[in-house]
Design a protein around this ligand. Structure first.
Ligand code: THG
Length: 608
């Protein structure tokens, strides 16, 4: 039986604390291989493997289905603190071999035992610039390769404090699986501090949004920092919103400082009561113990796992983007989701000048202004001819990641720029955009990035023949993109946001008189044929070439009819959209005539 098969049968029990257990063994500096290694628990698999074996055996005796390897900090960057960075692979492999050997001894057909490779958060926060994405991915890669080669049955990426750190680990896991042509289930577990967020300030909903798109993740959950009581609200949130099974491994209560030592007071019986509630009322699938839990806690959990079953969960799932702090759903009541347009070097003189002056803090202030004006997400484009767009994106995104509370829509045509942005963004981004202008070329570059970093994508209805003009052609191109995205690149329909693009109605050009209607009707048709995809428009495009007041009116009226047709999202100047009733009768009528091509005159510009 595999771990995932057992998961379908009954609640699974992980082991208890490794650190707490080792502490009670009163190990000496000699046990650690000398004074300079004292405290390096990961080194014990070489210097005193019997200590680690005892931890495993105690938890297996207590009835744990899964034991975690002694590798919480066995990646090179953490081992470097003991000058042991060269042992990242070896220690990880040895620890997995040791755990696998003992798990096998205890395994029976009716009670199989599994080994989870423990993968901790390291001591660095990439969102704070302590380390680059690539360096962090590499350190995890070394550790994970060792764990997989040593015989781990699954990976447990736990105690995560920074979603960007989690993304580095997930990228490493993808690379290890590809390298060894073998895939293991992954548990991802975040740590919610007593203040109610992850260390970086991340709400549980933002964490779920960022992790949900990764199909290599089997379970999502939380561990450490607090006891079960403080976790309840967040566990309930996961239970109601996660399509993946839930993992929960609390401490034995909040630590209390007793004579300078952390003391955990929750008894096995109290722990058992909480976990029974989590499993049989909320629907949690995997339980275990973190700091302060002992074999007695695990024995309690193990015996209850034989009698209780995980409750069926009623999950409501809405696709969303997220910043490092909060999620923003793809549906807004009332519509639309407002994507602020102003952090764009092509769309704002002020923003362009800030980027040219390398005033990245100033650029962030424009983001904050739009946040105050009611935007739900922000488009970000830093492209400028003659400048290094990768560098400008890097410098801007570093600050946006932690200073902007709204999700970012990465607007760039350059693949290296998109990837650079994704490597610096802890939340769930949207990529703007793909199209079929050069056939599949662009999708072939961008969609693998979406998969690797968990992003959603805006798709423009452009193909080899150029920008589509009629509603039928717009839908035809959209359907081709849906088919390729889902069936070839593994995206979900809900990850796709279609822009049925409009030409300006402000040129007075005869050819484009029906541009507005076709764009609106394409939205209606597409939403009817494919209710799972979302739609978006860069609304201001419709009025290029007109004077500011006319633009304002035309944009607002156009947006109104697009929403009526089912538009989900709009890239707009968030502070400037007027509801229809605020526009004077004359302006409204004129705009309506222009959009629906009911004009009784020749050139729009004159009339406007
Ligand atoms: N679809 C998608 N993405 C897009 C667009 C789209 N991204 C870029 C653009 N179009 C949407 N963004 C803008 C931003 C600004 C303006 C228009 C579209 C704009 N700016 C004024 C101007 O240029 O006159 C204001 C200038 C200023 O403040 O200096 O109109 O369609 N997917």
């Amino acid at each position: 039986m595999t771990f995932l098969e057992l998961l379908r049968e009954r609640p699974i029990v992980f082991d208890g604390a490794t650190g707490t257990h080792l502490q009670t063994q009163n190990l000496t500096a000699d046990d650690f291989g000398g004074e300079e290694y004292a405290g390096c628990n990961e080194y014990l698999v070489i210097t005193k493997p019997s200590a680690v074996e005892l931890v495993h055996k105690d938890y297996l005796e207590a009835g744990a289905d899964v034991i975690e390897t002694d590798t919480f900090g066995s990646m090179p960057i953490v081992l470097a603190e003991y000058n042991l960075e060269h042992l990242g692979y070896d220690l990880s492999k040895k620890a997995a071999e040791l755990a696998a050997k003992i798990a096998k001894e205890y395994s029976t057909p009716s009670k199989p035992r599994f080994v989870a490779g423990s993968i901790g958060p390291t001591t660095k926060l990439p969102s704070l610039g302590h380390i680059t994405f690539d360096a962090m991915r590499e350190t995890y890669y070394t550790q994970m390769l060792g764990l997989l080669d040593g015989g781990a049955d699954l990976f447990c990426i736990e105690t995560s404090q920074d979603l960007l750190q989690m993304k580095c680990a997930l990228a490493a896991a993808m690379d290890v699986f590809a390298e060894r042509k073998k895939q293991l289930p992954i548990v991802t577990s975040v740590t919610i501090e007593t203040m109610g967020t992850m260390l970086m300030g991340t709400e549980i909903g933002a964490a779920l949004t960022a992790l949900d798109p990764y199909d290599i993740i089997s379970l999502i959950g939380m561990n450490c920092a607090t006891g079960p009581k403080e976790m309840e609200e967040n566990v309930r949130f996961l239970a109601q919103n996660s399509t993946k099974p839930i993992f929960c491994m609390p401490n034995a209560g909040l630590p209390e400082n007793v004579g300078g030592v952390a003391h955990y007071h929750l008894t096995p019986a109290e722990m058992g009561k909480w976990m029974t509630h989590f499993v049989s009322d909320l629907g949690v699938s995997v339980i275990g113990g973190c700091c302060g839990t002992t074999k007695d806690h695990i024995a309690t959990l193990s015996s209850l796992s034989e009698t209780i079953r995980s409750a069926e969960r009623q999950v409501t799932w809405t696709p969303a983007a997220s910043s490092i702090y909060s999620p923003a759903p793809f549906d807004m009541e009332p519509a639309p989701v407002i994507i602020g347009e102003r952090c764009n070097t092509n769309g704002s003189k002020k923003f362009r000048e800030l980027i040219l002056a390398e005033d990245y803090e100033g650029a962030v202030n424009m983001a904050k202004e739009q946040t105050k004006e009611g935007a739900h997400m922000l488009d970000l484009c830093v492209a400028y001819v003659g400048r290094d767009e990768v560098r400008d994106m890097r410098e801007t995104m570093k600050i946006f990641n932690t200073q902007v509370t709204l999700p970012v829509v990465i607007d760039s045509t350059e693949y290296p720029v998109i990837e650079e942005a994704l490597k610096l963004y802890a939340g769930r981004a949207i990529i703007n955009s793909i199209n079929l202008e050069d056939g599949e070329e662009r999708m072939g570059h961008v969609l693998p990035l979406c998969k690797r970093y968990g992003a959603a994508v805006i798709a423009l209805t452009i193909d080899e023949q150029g920008m589509t003009k009629t509603r039928e052609r717009k839908v035809e191109v959209a359907e081709r993109i849906i088919d390729l995205s889902v069936n070839k690149y593994g995206m979900r329909e809900e990850d796709l946001i279609f822009d049925t693009l409009t030409f300006t109605l402000g040129s007075g050009d005869e050819e484009f008189r029906k541009a507005g209607i076709e764009t609106i009707e394409a939205i209606r048709l597409l939403k009817k044929l494919h209710p799972k995809v979302r739609t978006v428009l860069g609304v201001s495009n419709i009025s290029f070439g007109l004077n500011p007041h006319s633009r304002h009116v035309l944009n607002s009226v156009f947006l109104h009819y697009a929403i009526e047709a089912g538009l989900d999202m709009a890239i707009v100047h968030s502070g400037k959209i007027m509801p229809l009733h605020k526009i004077d009768e004359k302006g409204r009528k004129l705009a309506h005539e222009i959009i629906f091509d009911e004009r009784k005159w020749e050139a729009v510009t004159k009339a406007a």
